[in-house]
Ligand binder design. Sequence first.
Ligand SMILES: NC(=O)c1ccc[n+]([C@@H]2O[C@H](COP(=O)([O-])OP(=O)(O)OC[C@H]3O[C@@H](n4cnc5c(N)ncnc54)[C@H](O)[C@@H]3O)[C@@H](O)[C@H]2O)c1
Length: 439
Amino acid sequence: MKVSIVGTGYVGLVTGVCLADTGNHVVGLDVDAEKVERLSAGHCPIFEPGLEELITANLRAGRLRFTTDPAEAIRHGEVLFLAIGTPPLPDGKPNLAYLEQAADSIAELADGPKVAVIKSTVPVGTGEKMEKRIAAKCKHAVPFVSNPEFLKEGTAVDDFQRPDRVVIGAEDAAAAEVIRELHLPFVRNQAPIIVCRRAAAELIKYAANTALAMRISYINAIANLCDRFGIDVNDVRAGLMTDARIGRRFLYPGPGYGGSCFPKDVQALAHTFQEAGVDASLIEAVHQVNVRQRRLLFDRLRTRFDGALRGKRVAVWGIAFKPQTDDIREAPALTLIELLLEAGAEVHAHDPEALENLRTQYGDRVHYHEVAYEALDGADALVLVTEWNEFRSPNFEEMRRRLRQPIIFDGRNVYASETMARHGFECHYIGRPSVIPKA
Ligand SMILES: NC(=O)c1ccc[n+]([C@@H]2O[C@H](COP(=O)([O-])OP(=O)(O)OC[C@H]3O[C@@H](n4cnc5c(N)ncnc54)[C@H](O)[C@@H]3O)[C@@H](O)[C@H]2O)c1
């Protein structure tokens, strides 16, 4: 099938490349000329395991190309996937302006009937609005299908190729069938394809992300209570997660959720509730708990140093919003860094993949270290924010030698208390009793 992808970011690029890999002819359109140039040369502009290999292979096979020319992309595709960013506006509502621009280009440039597919996460009713917007300006039929994306950065290729489920929301049965067929190669493991009304599909995406965010905020709230009572949250988790009705996933306390999806999607869903006149307090609480949680590591540091952070040197391990990605959008580490800088501390950062993105945002306000241990030299404390594998079993002796004070704030509860005590560290956790060396 001839497919075009409008927007070649995390979602669009993975979608386009995986569809090319199953034999479709794919054109990726983006407004970012530098990105298109890099992609056309076979370079992946983001860190996403396995993606660059697939880009190169499919470029070479002639099934994939990239362009900045809307006419070329829109004329090529029988199916047009819209995977454009929908970042939050200051009031938390998603900004649909970029999507509207793309819809207007389709209306102007379509040279025949097309099926448009919204991959972006959009509020209930957006598909209907876009379809009407195009119908008012275009003589060709362009039914809009909602096909929300559930991939996770860091395992995006695998998630796309082996989804838990595919959701197709459509008001037009023929358009739904086209999109179902495109996905058949990815559900040979019998993962369900859920075909439903378009508005239901739009809501599924927000409901799913908010359910996951809610589990994170819930365990963070429990962890904060544990701190108050001196209870180890891991004991509580052991009792919770072994209940088959609750399950094991997304119950890890930490410095709050981040990334380009959860914070924005929870707020957008709260707006949908409010606009519909339905009580939004549960959803609002998920967000509020997270806003407070993102300050927690900073507040702990400030308390530990009696409010005197000016001139203190703080090492930060892990900047990306989670391991295996270079994405720092809404990363909890940024809240910490911002507050540390405001308090006059010196920040020494290390991340295996996200340093370049951090540098773009912070310039010379932060010190960057390609080698994790070098960030520790002369530091008054280390804060572990993102649990990359390489931080899990580090050389504790070397860490002690390099740190000026052997103080760790373990924002992911990865270091065992006994290990910390054995190596003479003072270690503070989230929802677990601190380790304080005997004087
Ligand atoms: N990142 C994720 O893990 C993820 C997962 C599921 C769903 N989503 C949703 O998918 C959507 C895209 O997210 P993303 O993370 O891929 O965004 P992104 O910012 O990485 O990519 C968006 C791309 O669209 C391009 N673009 C903007 N306007 C354009 C236009 N008019 N024509 C062509 N290209 C244009 C941008 O240059 C950019 O490359 C969002 O709605 C997001 O919520 C994201």
